[in-house]
Design a binder for this molecule. Structure first.
Ligand code: G3I
Length: 386
């Protein structure tokens, strides 16, 4: 299929998503009209064969993996079996964050993350690090309150040297800096007001990348952020600010190799503009950077109760998004933020108002493949080879 046809096909898919979603909005608290219900049922999510996601991705020169928590992988044999089958990359969802890794200023606890690294190695999966510099209080230890402008540089550099050094040569990539842009904070450079910015100034990002490169010259060094996906004024501003940051880092010779686009999507969001997203991806690629879809999942908070409808809308969101981003050859990996609905941050942070279990990931809470899995499989099967 040539590019033009592919594009037209995707436009049709996206129009389909728009109508499905507006229909689902109608369906909230009411019932679907028969005509709408039959349109909705028409979309085909059949995936050919039984091959796992990792194999389908690999056939296109892509990596597929997922984030996971050590307690889940070590205690849930069903999850572990599926994880090793579906994934070619493992990302600790919690265990490489400061609150887990550095319980005291001078104490590092690598045991949980090392367990995950060993699991990945045993099962021939790549291991990816998340994250070295993040402001989020949930992910920082209590002692972090001692950090000030006198000691911040030393504490940060020590952290990066110790942690990156620990996995040097054994890790695929590091999210060196996470979520450093927040346009609404009002600065002209778009940087988020964080303790790191306050204590170290705007060069803290470059400092962190240089320290990571020194500790592991082989790892792919990533800037990771969210809110880059949709056609909204906020996302426009964020894409502009992220691009500006990446350009600045590159122009200063900073060792940065990739952008991580988190892609926490929402199945009820219709403001999706493929051309805009593709332009952003190609602008990033033209800086010589790779792109990782680093935390993909699909929220179903505003969708109807009916699981069949919900699963179709979530699947449509996955396939429509991936079919657009995988057209960009610089995209080299797709990582879902979890594998099964049994373990997902969305059940805690983006729960449904009716308290029904959320269904944002490729496998359901019984660890079985669902339509979201088919959608990802289809997108990999249709992706151009890199
Ligand atoms: O620390 C306790 C732990 O001891 C206990 O076993 C567990 C039982 O539920 O709770 C633990 O606290 C959890 C903590 O992660 C672990 O550090 C919190 O409840 C939980 O709210 C917290 O949330 C994580 C959050 O990052 C902060 O680290 C989410 O699970 C995780 O999915 C989320 O991931 C972030 C990415 O890092 C960055 N991008 C956005 C993404 C989603 O918010």
């Amino acid at each position: 299929m040539n590019k033009k046809h592919l594009f037209n096909r995707r436009q049709t898919l996206l129009l389909g998503l728009g109508s499905i979603v507006s229909m689902s909005t109608l369906a909230l608290g009411s019932t679907l009209k028969p005509q709408q219900a039959s349109n909705h049922q028409k979309r085909n999510f059949a995936a050919s064969g039984n091959l796992p996601l990792a194999r389908r991705a690999a056939a296109k020169g892509l990596i597929y993996g997922a984030a996971v928590r050590k307690y889940a992988l070590s205690s849930d044999a069903q999850l572990a079996a599926r994880f090793t089958r579906e994934c070619a990359m493992l990302v600790p969802e919690w265990e490489l964050k400061w609150n887990f890794l550095r319980p005291k200023p001078n104490t590092f606890n690598f045991a949980p993350a090392d367990w995950l690294a060993a699991f990945a190695q045993t099962h021939r999966m790549l291991f990816r690090g998340h994250t070295l510099v993040w402001h989020e209080p949930h992910a920082l230890p209590e002692w972090f309150s001692i950090v000030n402008s006198q000691n911040a540089r030393q504490i940060l550099l020590e952290h990066i040297a110790t942690v990156v050094g620990h996995y040097a040569g054994k890790i695929h990539s590091w999210d060196v800096v996470n979520e450093a842009i927040s346009v609404k904070d009002g600065r002209s450079d778009g940087l988020r007001e964080t303790p790191w910015l306050k204590f170290l100034g705007s060069d803290y990002i470059e400092l962190a990348f240089r320290a990571a490169a020194k500790a592991d010259p082989k790892a792919l060094l990533v800037y990771n952020d969210y809110g880059l996906d949709y056609d909204t004024p906020e996302a426009d501003a964020k894409r502009t600010a992220v691009l500006k940051l990446l350009k600045r880092l590159k122009s200063r010779g900073t060792p940065i190799h990739a952008l991580g686009i988190q892609a926490h999507l929402s199945a009820s969001e219709t403001r999706f503009n493929p051309q805009k997203l593709q332009k952003f991806l190609s602008d990033v690629a033209s800086l010589g950077l790779k792109i990782l879809i680093s935390e993909l999942d699909v929220k179903d908070k505003e969708l109807p109760v009916n699981i069949n409808i919900r699963d179709r809308l979530v699947a449509a969101t996955y396939e429509d998004y991936l079919s657009v981003v995988l057209d960009e050859p610089a995209v080299t990996a797709v990582i879902t933020w979890g594998l099964s609905d049994r373990y997902t941050w969305i059940s805690e942070f983006e729960a449904r108002p009716d308290s029904l279990p959320v269904r944002p990931l490729p496998l359901d809470a019984d660890i079985n493949r669902k339509l979201a899995w088919n959608a990802i499989a289809r997108a990999f099967d249709q992706a151009p080879k890199r």
